[in-house]
Design a protein around this ligand. Sequence first.
Ligand SMILES: Cc1ncc(COP(=O)(O)O)c(C=O)c1O
Length: 480
Amino acid sequence: MRSHLLNDTTTERYRASVTEGVERVAARIATTSRPFTGVTADTLSPRVEAVDLDTPLHDTVAALDELDELYLRDAVYFHHPRYLAHLNCPVVIPAVLGEAVLSAVNSSLDTWDQSAGGTLIERRLIDWTTGRAGLGPAADGVFTSGGTQSNLQALLLAREEAKSDSTARLRVLVSEAGHFSVQKAARTLGLGPDAVVVIPTDRNKRMGTVALARELARLDEQGLVPMAVVATAGTTDFGSIDPLPQIADLCARYGTWLHVDAAYGGGLLASRTRRHLLDGIERADSVTVDYHKSFFQPVSSSALLVRDAATLRHATYHAEYLNPRRAAQERVPNQVDKSLQTTRRFDALKLWMTLRVMGADAVGDLFDEACALAAKGFDLIAADPRFAVVAQPQLSTLVFRYIPEAICDPTATDRANLYARKALFASGDAVVAGTKVGERQFLKFTLLNPETSADDIAAVLDLIAGHAEQYLGENLDRAC
Ligand SMILES: Cc1ncc(COP(=O)(O)O)c(C=O)c1O
């Protein structure tokens, strides 16, 4: 069985196995005509359950055949132009190559003695990103597993920097369109149940700065401590970018930590035409960037950036067995000193390969194409009497809903939209997301694939309308 260990004696097996796996994926990708087969959990589950994990196949080809049946055939494919649901991007090939290399070498980026050049590559990419964000010469950061973890670490640093003797008095302000990881982080950090103050948005779904100013003044009057404002640069539903300069002014006035959650909008750092939308990001104390959203990287790849490297000390602990204090004194570059994780993937390699093969402009152009497509999609939906669309996109999402011609009961419209989304998913013809605006049920396109065309959007709208009409036709008595 040692022949399965990857070492100098098994490189032929390694080559053959990985090549065989690559062939299977390539074959699936070449022939997938829909983003999903529509398989149900009830159908798939018994097949997965039937596999006896204690009886190996002892054969890579057979295991890949089995995997093809259980996973590859019915996977949800983000590369497909009609996958329009969540913040998942198609991936660029240099990054996939990076992924293959990093898992085979299997560096762990916690300490220099487990990674060597990997650490230096990660550091260069952090500097590259902080440079693009304009965070200044003292900036630093670290790769993380995703936006949720980057936001958690940002708020940990903010909590430690807040000059307060009581966590019960700490408050985090975020817009109503902000990501739920802010609430999760507050809970994880042991803040009180009222710790997150939700600020209403304007009609373009951007944080209302008058409301923010009012809340900051109220907290001040009540002796509460605004430990952080989380501005979102690309909200999950609307792609709206909070007014960063005005928010930065308010944070400066109250001495509040400004965290910019640019998990989604961070891709604009590489844009040649839309970078200005992030103006003000350079005033942040910390920034979340998810390369696995708008830099076309495979999951996972994210970073937390900070304006002042010294603030990362709040994540530092020394252990004799890993990163003794003397190593820091000797300036050994141990990334674990900056991270909440210990063993950590070399995700940075994917971005490195992407920048070295394609270059930043090419990545930014891909995201720009998705944003331009969203603008076209907005015009299409706005001109279509069957639909109502909520807001003009700053990035690449469209929140809209099917509106029947004559309907008495708005909940029937909600049900028709819910039904249309489910029916579409079950058909596998397209995958779209759903969300609520106020009390009403809406649908969402998240456009991250430059291969998606305006024709795809028009065709998916027709499919949605068809399913919704069918539902209403079959349930007319409940609609009126
Ligand atoms: C604005 C925003 N922040 C944070 C996150 C969390 O990122 P992740 O899913 O990588 O943890 C998301 C995910 O969609 C997001 O849209």
